[in-house]
Design a protein around this ligand. Structure first.
Ligand code: FE2
Ligand code: FE2
Length: 315
């Protein structure tokens, strides 16, 4: 009996794990945020409805909570200064693949479909829904449309071509390493198990950084944001600085949502902050039951890709 029950629990855990893995990161964030009691000391406040006035799904449940919490636990323990530096150097080589932006979208899409096609919208729908929503409200900012389209492409890190990185090294909120972990970071308590937590070189307010040094000089925990920034930059994109900032810091919730780490920011960061905050609304809450017709909008996005990127990129 016990064996049957534990098998059932195991199966349920596997199903939920696949479900979480197949979610786009925005849903992942939403789950994470809803997984935390609203009166928790971390203090997340979640809107009651999305950009279209619809209610979000309710994911309350202890199994999910433990999976999400565990991902953050692993993130906070393993994202050390040394890990980030080493990993960043490896991926900065951009020697894992050569493909166009659209091919990367399709790769991400097929990857998610393989995980569990029935459980959620394909990745391409999340990318196009956020891009189309922002396009509607900012029709003249074509760079913002393209930013939305590509912002999550760094999640190819899940793919075997890119080393099949675990969730804690791909998705979830990001934070600086090399200085003290701000109290506003979700599940902050798990940093106590991070070796950097007790390292006097890294555990002061400024750590290895100086006041106002600018975020571009700050090492961030490794994930899909920084990777896509490196790919865009390394392939000579002509996207403006606000676009690169948005791609690089869209998961840096302590900064753009909590106002933390302002002492590391410079004037350019403060200028760009408003764009990542604008983008965030569309990233999180543009999810719609209306699917975007991919073939209909593809020519428009192909023209933007052509404007801002080379045809083939090194990844
Ligand atoms: Fe996203
Ligand atoms: Fe993301």
């Amino acid at each position: 009996m016990i064996a049957v029950e534990s098998q059932a629990v195991g199966t349920a855990l596997i199903i939920v794990s696949f479900f979480l893995l197949s979610m786009n990161v925005d849903n992942f964030y939403f789950i994470i945020k809803n997984a935390i009691p609203k009166d928790a000391s971390d203090g997340f406040t979640v809107p009651d409805s999305n950009a279209f006035g619809q209610s979000f799904r309710d994911y309350e449940g202890s199994v999910r909570l433990s999976i999400v919490e565990n991902t953050y636990r692993l993130n906070h323990i393993n994202q050390t200064y040394d890990f980030v530096k080493r990993t960043r150097e490896e991926y900065a080589k951009l020697n894992k693949a050569e493909m166009s932006i659209w091919e990367a979208i399709e790769l991400l899409n097929s990857f998610v479909d393989e995980s569990d096609p029935d459980l959620d919208e394909p990745q391409i729908q999340h990318l196009l829904q956020s891009a189309e929503a922002i396009r509607k409200d900012y029709p003249n900012e074509d760079w913002l449309h393209l930013t939305a389209l590509i912002h999550d492409l760094g999640k190819v890190l899940f793919h075997s071509k890119f080393g099949s990185l675990p969730q804690w090294a791909v998705v979830g909120d990001t934070q600086p390493v090399g200085c003290a972990f701000d109290e506003s970071i979700v599940y902050h308590k798990y940093f106590k198990e991070n070796p950097d937590y007790n390292n006097p070189a890294y555990n002061t307010k400024l750590g290895i950084y100086s006041e106002g040094c600018g975020l571009e000089n700050v090492l961030m925990s490794w994930g899909h944001d920084d990777y896509m920034y490196m790919v865009a930059k390394g392939n000579g994109t002509t996207l403006p600085s606000a676009a690169l900032f948005t791609i690089r810091y869209h998961s840096f919730y302590p900064m753009h949502n909590k106002g933390a780490y302002q002492y590391l920011m410079n004037d350019e960061d403060r200028e760009n902050l408003k764009w990542v905050q604008t983008f965030n609304k569309y990233d999180l809450y543009s999810k719609s039951i209306v699917r975007v017709d991919v073939e209909k909008v593809k020519p428009y996005y192909e023209s933007l890709i052509k404007k801002y990127f080379p045809e083939k990129l090194k990844w």
